[in-house]
Design a protein around this ligand. Structure first.
Ligand SMILES: [Zn+2]
Length: 419
């Protein structure tokens, strides 16, 4: 009893190394879950808000949110369907070709994807006749995958499921997970499971937003409750090493504002030596101070400044009597809207390509979401681009906005107007 109360007084502890967390990286206040879009009938109901307070561990430098909400509450019915982004599909197709070529994958091999969503990626391996297995806890998206003919298990991944699969002789030659590592509250259990499910000469690839890019690029909107952890290469290497997985290679990608794709293998598998670019990136992070607390705690001021700049632009535009619509309702958009306090006083509506969101409202800010063609009918003066990481694709798709003199507002990295 006494021990328990002492533990509670000590405050939250690091989900990887258990060190007590005493340093704040950034506090974005209270926010609703960013994927809980509301129906019209829910607008008058009470809505849960949770803290978005990012801690940085002084021992391993894992940036993290406390587990305010259980993954079961977030990921069992999920609004995010990967197949609605063209550039993400292309990214996945390119990834597939590159893995098949580099690791000589064919019909004798097994690919397993953790958090396989609606099968958007595994479909490209299926096209190449390579056996696949998806693991996806969100039943509604997993169902879409299964209908497409992608074998999918609808469970959360960890040591227990890994043991069950390994007992059935189902292990991976290629084990991949894109944007899932950040979403795992019990990271040690998850990585331990990966060790179990990987064949002796198998390869792991994981993609996740790079913490260095998040901080340098001021991407505070990629912080939301679904993302429990934010990784540098230095920290992720420590986490895998703890579970006897060696990260032998890393690529820096442009996706999600700047991601890392790390390549892992068993510690015992010496057939894959550490690449020069992996060594170089570690050095680059050390040179930039990612092994020091001060680098992280400075971030907070920059975030406040961005909020002020964006609001100044929006207020100026509204004072001139002009109309603003939002483009895209990604999860990150909701962090931005809630933290900055942008509701229907600034945005008349938002459009999004995902039919799941049409007729629904953004959590917290209650802005209605329509199909994209509303922009063409309504001709707003400004379009605020919320998925700014896809701005090239979106500005191309929306080139017609310029025909009536419409302009774009980009919120991140620096709030700006693009004519
Ligand atoms: Zn730690």
């Amino acid at each position: 009893m006494k021990q328990e109360s002492q533990k509670m007084n000590a405050g939250p502890s690091c989900r990887f190394c258990s060190t007590t967390l005493t340093t704040q990286m950034v506090n974005l206040g209270m926010s609703p879950l960013c994927e809980s879009f509301l129906t019209a009938g829910q607008l008058n109901h009470m809505e849960p808000f949770y803290p978005l307070n990012v801690h940085i561990c002084s021992n391993c430098f894992l940036a993290q949110l406390e587990e305010y909400v259980k993954p079961e509450e977030i990921f069992t019915e999920y609004a995010y369907f990967s197949s609605y982004s063209e550039s993400w599909l292309q990214h996945s197709k390119d990834y597939t070709s590159s893995m098949v070529e580099r690791f000589k994958l064919d019909a004798r091999h097994q690919v397993i994807e953790l958090a396989s969503n609606d099968g958007y990626l595994l479909q490209y391996f299926v096209e190449k006749k390579i056996p696949v297995l998806g693991i996806e806890p969100a039943k509604n998206v997993a169902h879409v995958a299964i209908e497409k003919g992608i074998p999918t298990i609808t469970e959360f991944f960890g040591e227990q499921l890994a043991c069950e699969l390994a007992d059935q002789g189902r292990q991976a030659d290629l084990l991949l997970g894109n944007n899932v590592l950040a979403q795992v509250p019990n990271i040690n259990d998850f990585v331990k499971g990966m060790k179990i499910i990987l064949k002796p000469k198998g390869v792991i690839t994981m993609e996740f937003p790079h913490l260095m890019r998040l901080i340098e690029g001021n991407q505070f909107d990629t912080i939301y409750h679904e993302h429990f952890s934010y990784f540098s290469f230095l920290t992720v290497e420590k986490i895998f090493a703890e579970h006897e997985i060696t990260l032998f290679d890393v690529e820096q990608l442009a996706t999600h504002g700047g991601s890392l794709r790390v390549y892992g293998r068993h510690l015992e598998d010496t057939s894959k030596p550490m690449t020069e670019r992996a060594v170089a990136l570690k050095q680059q992070e050390i040179d930039a101070g990612y092994d020091q607390l001060a680098t992280y705690s400075h971030f907070s001021e920059k975030v406040k400044e961005t909020k002020q700049k964006l609001l100044r632009i929006l207020i100026d535009v509204k004072r001139q009597g002009q109309r603003i619509a939002g483009y895209g309702a990604p999860g990150k958009g909701n962090t931005l809207l809630n933290y900055c306090g942008i509701g229907t006083d600034f945005l008349d509506y938002i459009v999004d390509r995902n039919p799941y969101k049409h007729g629904r409202f953004t959590p917290g800010t209650h802005i209605e979401i329509f199909p994209p063609d509303k922009i063409e009918q309504d001709r707003p003066d400004f379009v605020l681009v919320l998925p700014w990481n896809l701005k090239d694709e979106i500005l191309r798709q929306l080139h017609f906005v310029r025909s009536w003199g419409g302009q774009f507002i980009l919120p991140i990295p620096e709030p700006e107007i693009v004519a």
